[in-house]
Design a binder for this molecule. Structure first.
Ligand SMILES: *[C@@H]1O[C@H](CO)[C@@H](O)[C@H](O)[C@H]1NC(C)=O
Ligand SMILES: *[C@@H]1O[C@H](CO)[C@@H](O)[C@H](O)[C@H]1NC(C)=O
Ligand SMILES: *[C@@H]1O[C@H](CO)[C@@H](O)[C@H](O)[C@H]1NC(C)=O
Ligand SMILES: *[C@@H]1O[C@H](CO)[C@@H](O)[C@H](O)[C@H]1NC(C)=O
Ligand SMILES: *[C@@H]1O[C@H](CO)[C@@H](O)[C@H](O)[C@H]1NC(C)=O
Ligand SMILES: *[C@@H]1O[C@H](CO)[C@@H](O)[C@H](O)[C@H]1NC(C)=O
Ligand SMILES: *[C@@H]1O[C@H](CO)[C@@H](O)[C@H](O)[C@H]1NC(C)=O
Ligand SMILES: *[C@@H]1O[C@H](CO)[C@@H](O)[C@H](O)[C@H]1NC(C)=O
Ligand SMILES: *[C@@H]1O[C@H](CO)[C@@H](O)[C@H](O)[C@H]1NC(C)=O
Ligand SMILES: *[C@@H]1O[C@H](CO)[C@@H](O)[C@H](O)[C@H]1NC(C)=O
Ligand SMILES: *[C@@H]1O[C@H](CO)[C@@H](O)[C@H](O)[C@H]1NC(C)=O
Ligand SMILES: *[C@@H]1O[C@H](CO)[C@@H](O)[C@H](O)[C@H]1NC(C)=O
Length: 470
């Protein structure tokens, strides 16, 4: 055996490998050039660096593998690029991540993306992509993130996506997608985030979503969904964000809500037809930050103790038919004293009856909006409201408040809007209100205040008084 015959085949193999590597590299270069050729606007000149003076691995936005010079990531986020997507991108077979978020990419998502078998994350949000979501993306079986929100996509969520079992985040909100929420999504058992809001999905919420044990965020608001929330969903204990507003959902909330959702931070169910009472167990949802249930058809007393919710910042119960007429029904206000980050409290348009607790003076000094209008609140306006120095909107109209307007309101130097109209207030308008240099609108009509007639509103523009008929 001579050494030559041993050596030669290895040499050949080595050579062929080199040629192949060169061919693949050339394929990547061609694909990137094709991508560039379809970008018609590049105001920041990002793609000028994509020229032959450097290897493409050094071009801006490109990441290559360490061992082989193949493109593994294409990141052109927020570069103000305008254009469309080249199907050649499907040749970048080592790509693991594409991020073209926040540009103006038009046209369709090429079906050839389905050839990116190593792709783990596809971020195309906030572009102008149109057409259907290509079913071929289902071949990208390593996908963990598929983020296509803020586009103009139409059609259904492709059934083929049932094979994307590694998917953790599916974000398709703010498109024009139709059909229902497909039941097969319940089979994507790794899902942590499912965001389908602001589309045109109709029909019911499938029971199968209750199988998504890892789910942390469910966003399906602003669709045309009807029916009830499947109870199995309320058992998903990792849920932090539960957002289903602006649909046509009905049914009552489970009494154990605050216990089965121990991690709840955002609870948004406003503008639906929910009924029944607000579960007292919510008192245990200590991580709650946003609680928004307005414009529903609830009933009865609000007996939630908010005292454990140290991070509560937004509480909106507007127009949700709450109120029982029981004498202590405003007691929940006492517990809000513990919520030192509360910024918005809206209780208007309900049937709350009772005196406003003086503990309102102890509420968060970060409170910006206090809206209590259209209830049956009576008694005097607590002078302690003057402590809420960050308030810029104070609405208490259409109640049965009596007594004088507290002079302490003059301490609310950030106040821009004040409405006390339609009460039984009497006495003089305190001169301290003259200190409120940010005040833009004030309504005091329909009271018994001296100097203000029944059909009159007062509007202060930039500190100057101006009377006119309503
Ligand atoms: C080519 O890219 C380099 C940076 O990689 C840049 O400095 C140079 O200006 C570019 N050439 C042209 C003609 O744009
Ligand atoms: C989106 O991109 C524009 C540049 O086109 C940039 O000014 C803006 O800050 C970006 N927005 C976000 C949220 O990244
Ligand atoms: C890359 O993709 C395009 C379009 O999908 C195809 O026409 C071309 O032959 C592919 N191969 C190479 C090496 O560019
Ligand atoms: C979406 O794009 C527009 C226009 O480029 C930009 O003003 C806006 O900040 C972007 N929003 C997000 C969330 O990226
Ligand atoms: C769809 O994906 C399959 C599998 O990767 C591939 O064979 C086929 O060519 C793709 N279709 C298109 C139009 O890219
Ligand atoms: C979803 O999973 C169930 C079993 O958990 C299975 O019976 C069903 O066929 C799956 N659905 C699809 C569309 O694959
Ligand atoms: C919403 O769904 C109802 C049926 O539940 C249907 O009658 C109605 O046309 C839908 N509206 C829109 C805007 O799709
Ligand atoms: C929720 O979980 C509890 C305890 O694990 C179980 O008894 C109940 O049947 C579950 N409810 C639903 C609707 O899945
Ligand atoms: C909150 O949980 C505690 C145990 O941690 C329990 O004793 C209490 O009854 C619960 N409160 C409500 C309102 O469910
Ligand atoms: C409140 O928020 C802070 C900061 O995000 C966090 O560290 C803390 O655990 C939260 N408290 C509760 C009760 O969730
Ligand atoms: C609201 O609930 C009451 C019962 O509490 C019911 O009589 C009424 O029809 C409901 N209204 C709507 C719009 O669902
Ligand atoms: C307010 O918080 C303290 C602990 O910071 C707690 O002891 C108290 O019970 C809370 N008040 C209410 C009304 O929950």
């Amino acid at each position: 055996m001579n050494t030559h015959s041993l050596y030669f085949p290895y040499m050949l193999l080595f050579f062929i490998t080199l040629l192949q590597v060169a061919a693949f590299e050339e394929g990547d270069r061609a694909a990137l050039q094709a991508f560039k050729s379809m970008i018609s606007h590049d105001p920041q000149g990002i793609l000028n660096s994509w020229n032959d003076s450097r290897h493409f691995c050094e071009w801006e936005g490109i990441t290559c593998g360490r061992r082989h010079r193949r493109v593994t990531a294409l990141n052109m986020r927020s570069k103000a690029l305008r254009g469309s997507l080249s199907p050649y991108i499907g040749n970048l077979s080592f790509l693991r991540e594409i991020n073209l978020e926040n540009n103006t990419i038009q046209g369709e998502i090429p079906r050839e993306f389905g050839r990116l078998l190593r792709l783990e994350a596809l971020f195309l949000s906030n572009n102008s992509l149109a057409g259907k979501i290509p079913a071929n993306l289902s071949y990208c079986s390593r996908l963990t993130v598929l983020a296509l929100p803020y586009n103009k996509l139409v059609g259904r969520i492709p059934f083929e996506f049932v094979s994307l079992y590694k998917l953790k985040r599916l974000a398709l909100h703010r498109n024009s997608l139709t059909g229902g929420i497909p039941p097969f999504l319940g089979n994507l058992s790794s899902l942590e985030l499912l965001s389908l809001g602001a589309n045109s999905f109709g029909g019911n919420i499938p029971d199968s979503l209750g199988q998504l044990k890892e789910l942390e965020a469910l966003g399906i608001g602003g669709n045309n969904l009807s029916g009830t929330i499947p109870h199995s969903i309320y058992n998903l204990s990792f849920v932090e964000i539960f957002s289903v507003p602006q649909n046509q959902l009905h049914g009552s909330l489970p009494t154990s809500l605050g216990l089965t959702f121990p991690n709840l931070k955002y609870f948004q169910i406003d503008q639906n037809f929910f009924s029944g009472s607000i579960p007292t167990s919510l008192s245990n949802a200590s991580k709650l930050e946003v609680f928004q249930i307005g414009k529903n058809n609830f009933s009865g007393k609000l007996s939630v103790n908010f005292g454990s919710m140290k991070n509560l910042s937004f509480l909106n119960l507007y127009s949700s038919n709450l109120g029982s007429g029981e004498s202590d029904e405003m007691g929940f206000i006492n517990s809000l004293a513990n919520c030192s980050k509360l910024r918005v409290l809206r209780l208007g348009g309900n049937q709350f009856r009772g005196a406003l607790p003086h503990s309102i003076a102890n509420m968060s000094n970060q409170l910006q909006i206090l809206a209590l209008s259209d209830n049956q609140l009576y008694g005097s306006i607590p002078s302690g409201i003057g402590n809420l120095v960050d308030l810029y909107l104070l609405e208490m109209e259409e109640n049965q408040f009596t007594g004088a307007i507290p002079k302490e309101l003059g301490k609310l130097l950030k106040l821009q809007g004040l409405d006390f109209s339609g009460n039984h207030l009497s006495g003089e308008i305190p001169s301290t209100l003259g200190n409120l240099s940010s005040l833009f609108q004030i309504f005091l009509n329909n009271n018994n205040l001296s100097g203000v007639g029944s059909g009159e509103a007062i509007i202060i523009f930039f500190g100057g008084l101006e009377f006119f008929k309503k």
